[in-house]
Design a protein around this ligand. Structure first.
Ligand SMILES: [Zn+2]
Length: 199
């Protein structure tokens, strides 16, 4: 792979910071922007600068937002008494678009990972604790991922909710809709079986 220096090199280096973009893709994107789509590159430049300057975090749920508070923290949503805790903004969008849930959210922007220096503080848990103890929250729905760290985070959150006297639940993980049992891996199947519920 050719090594570019100077401005082109810096552009490629910048593009490589994007998730899922390797050296080859970064080079291809840089050439495309400079050769074929300069107006697109300018649009991207402006959009990025504006987003960096104008998009912050909601102080209440940590979701990205442009105003003092995000739309997911409205009074109507507060009235449901539910807070759904998620690892990232994409998880919020997935729940919002894919389900009928219309309560509030709390976006951790990560998961507990002591080895990487990510503890309760980094995930904003003192703010969640404040919300749980100040009243008005009836249920904490934990929707962290079913990974080792996601499960450890769920355990920690559950303890926090119990200590605050708030009902706590964990989203079910298991067999996908339309899936067939024989093709589901053992870990998922075990999880689904242990999480069974009466019908
Ligand atoms: Zn919010």
């Amino acid at each position: 792979m050719a090594n570019f220096s100077g401005r082109l090199g810096r552009l490629i280096e910048g593009l490589r910071r994007l998730p899922g973009v390797g050296p080859k893709s970064a080079q291809r994107i840089a050439f495309h922007l400079l050769d074929r789509d300069r107006s697109g590159a300018e649009f991207l430049e402006n959009a990025l600068a504006e987003a960096l300057a104008g998009v912050g975090r909601c102080p209440s749920c940590r979701m990205f937002c442009e105003d003092d508070r995000c739309a997911y923290c409205s009074e109507a949503r507060r009235a449901t008494g539910q807070i759904c805790v998620l690892e990232g903004p994409s998880d919020l969008i997935a729940i919002e678009n894919g389900t009928s849930y219309r309560g509030r959210y709390f976006v951790l922007m990560g998961r507990l990972s002591p080895l990487d220096g990510i503890g309760p503080e980094q995930l904003g848990l003192p703010e969640l604790q404040r919300q749980l103890t100040q009243g008005g929250v009836e249920e904490l729905i934990i929707a962290t991922n079913p990974t080792v760290e996601g499960e450890a985070t769920a355990y920690y959150l559950a303890e926090m909710a119990r200590a605050a006297g708030v009902k706590v639940s964990r989203i079910a993980h298991g067999v996908p809709m339309g899936g067939e049992l024989e093709y589901v891996d053992g870990g998922t199947l075990a999880h689904a079986l242990s999480g069974r519920r009466p019908i």
